[in-house]
Write a protein that binds this ligand. Structure first.
Ligand SMILES: [Zn+2]
Length: 149
């Protein structure tokens, strides 16, 4: 049995706005803040709705489904804690509920704009993080699924 690699990963420091979201991530529940006044979904967590300004918001279970908007392959990690993972891909994901979120993209295949992904949870030194994995589905530019992605 191999020992876990000690990376020197700096744990997330949640603030008052994000603490609840990080708790849901720790429980491996994918949630997004949602305004109870105008029903807008938003991310990152904030003290008020970015659409209407209401402070009446709550974390709501979300699908975790999204599509790749853009991505970058990291060959030289900016943080030494992630050097052992290089190369890895960080993507901007347009979530089905509307907000855009950044996260690690798993999988070995080529990435295309519009690829369907789903949220996944992974752990680094006890800290649960959100990433995205390819989902069986269709690309935006391939509405019939003819490419078999
Ligand atoms: Zn609102």
């Amino acid at each position: 049995m191999s020992q876990p690699v000690q990376r020197g990963f700096a744990p997330v420091h949640a603030d008052a706005d994000s603490a609840g979201w990080w708790r849901s991530v720790a429980e491996r529940r994918f949630t997004l803040p949602r305004c109870l006044e105008c029903r807008a979904w938003f991310f990152p967590p904030a003290s008020s709705c970015p659409s209407c300004g209401s402070r009446d918001t709550e974390l709501t279970a979300a699908s975790g489904d999204g599509r790749v908007y853009s991505w970058v392959v990291v060959n030289r990690a900016l943080d030494p804690a992630f050097a052992i993972d290089t190369p890895y891909t960080v993507a901007a994901i347009d979530l089905g509920e509307g907000p855009r979120m950044f996260g690690r993209l798993t999988g070995d295949g080529p990435v295309h704009a519009g690829d369907s992904v789903r949220a996944v949870f992974y752990e680094v030194e006890g800290q649960v993080l959100v990433g995205f994995a390819p989902a069986m589905g269709r690309r935006l530019e391939d509405p019939q699924g003819a490419l078999g992605v």
